[in-house]
Design a protein. Structure first.
Length: 94
């Protein structure tokens, strides 16, 4: 395993990808490993599994909140955030 992917900045990227809706298979492809290897890494490094779980839960919460807001007739401003390769926010558009 490349130890790069257990660094905090890389773990945040995995969480961000999950939040953006990437599947585990897509995340494995993004970090250039086989899908089965991804599951092995998650077993050996629970912080990877936790990062994916946190991102997925946040994405689910966003969808639920968005659906509720839409159903109740509220207006929501769209915000676009752009991150660099290290997962650092570089631009935010409203």
């Amino acid at each position: 395993m490349s130890t790069d992917w257990i660094k905090p900045s890389k773990i945040r990227m995995i969480e961000k990808w999950a939040l953006e809706g990437f599947t585990q298979k897509e995340i494995a492809a993004k970090i250039n490993i086989h899908y089965a290897t991804w599951f092995e890494w998650k077993k050996k490094h629970p912080e990877l599994a936790e990062a994916f779980k946190k991102g997925l839960e946040a994405a689910t919460e966003n969808v639920v909140n968005s659906m509720y807001t839409s159903a109740t007739g509220h207006y929501v401003d769209e915000v676009t955030e752009i991150y660099d390769a290290d997962g650092i926010l570089t631009e935010k558009k409203v």
